[in-house]
Design a binder for this molecule. Structure first.
Ligand code: BMA
Length: 311
């Protein structure tokens, strides 16, 4: 039995819900705003470029109000790093300042890099610029400073190696003190081809809970699955636990069929007591939801995911 349980009403949002023409929507940033769930949808147009559009819902499940204008489109000409699109936002609400930080993929002729932006009102966005040059993606900022520093997960590409790293910053602009966090696994494992950060870390008594994606190639085709890990609260580059098995794998037709078959790609959560809503992109074609009990996943992590950590 997988630890993430699919919402029976999946998909929660799809291209036909968008009030303007598009190809697909998927990999949405997730947060809560004015007591509503807010998704920052990756919308791919019918040319192939992606932009980011806001959708809101009172219960996070139904009656989505999708704006008819994107919030972010490629910032040309000032920001050539987005020439090919803005993709895969992860949203971090910072209680201390009331800011929402948006880490996203800035895609261009230079490759895919990590960019950061911030908003307070979801109407205007301030770009902080390119944080990590290509090739790097799947970044998200932790929801609070740790020992006085901002912390960000990211996934640089170095040859065949696609591991998860962590960087620190005093001001959100200058990032350093680099540490590796999770390594892609090896051999036949489900997360051996590459891994990348998925959801913004959720702080629990036991540590920072993250869901990430892992990839395996079978007969040349990738399968994207979701895994879970727990990072130390004060030293988040230290992995306390990592489940050896996946917590969600493509199975339903909405995950198996689409522009990229066999993809579940977790991108954000909303917490309600012990229950976590985990939103994920399915087959690069729609946004879906699975739920998990925090107590249950922490128990599984402590039971099955303790060191010695495999890779
Ligand atoms: C990754 C990213 C995601 C995408 C996934 C599956 O590399 O580009 O945007 O959902 O591949 O195609």
């Amino acid at each position: 039995m997988e630890l993430l349980r699919r919402y029976p009403g999946n998909p929660v949002v799809q291209a036909s819900d968008v009030p303007y023409e598009c190809n697909t929507i998927f990999n949405a940033g997730v947060t809560t705003w004015k007591d509503e769930t807010l998704l920052l949808l990756r919308v791919e147009d019918r040319i192939g470029y992606s932009h980011l559009t806001v959708a809101t819902s009172k219960d996070g499940l139904t009656d989505w109000n999708i704006r008819d204008e994107p919030l972010m489109t490629p910032g040309l000409p000032e920001f050539p790093y987005e020439a090919f699109g803005v993709e895969d936002a992860r949203i971090t609400y910072v209680q201390e300042t009331g800011d929402y930080l948006i880490a996203y993929t800035a895609y261009s002729f230079l490759g895919a890099g990590v960019a950061l932006a911030r908003t307070r009102d979801w109407q205007t966005v301030e770009r902080l610029g390119l944080i990590f040059p290509p090739n790097n993606k799947d970044a998200c900022v932790f929801p609070r400073k740790i020992n006085g520093m901002w912390v960000m997960l990211h996934r640089p590409v170095s040859g065949d190696a696609e591991h998860m790293w962590l960087a620190y910053s005093p001001d959100l602009h200058h990032w350093g003190h680099h540490r590796y966090v999770l390594l892609e696994a090896s051999g036949p494992r489900w997360d051996a081809a590459r891994i990348g950060a998925g959801t913004v870390p959720v702080e629990t008594e036991e540590g920072w809970l993250i869901f990430y994606h892992g990839v395996k190639y079978l007969a040349g085709s990738p399968i994207y699955r979701a895994g879970a890990a727990l990072l130390d609260r004060e030293r988040p580059d230290r992995v306390i636990a990592r489940l050896p098995y996946w917590v969600l794998s493509p199975r339903e037709s909405y995950e198996v069929n689409g522009d990229a078959p066999n993809v579940v790609f977790p991108t954000g959560t909303v917490q309600n007591g012990d229950e976590l809503y985990v939103y994920y992109g399915a087959a690069d074609s729609r946004v879906c939801l699975a739920t998990v009990s925090i107590a249950e996943i922490l128990e599984a992590l402590m039971r099955d995911g303790r060191p010695p950590l495999y890779c």
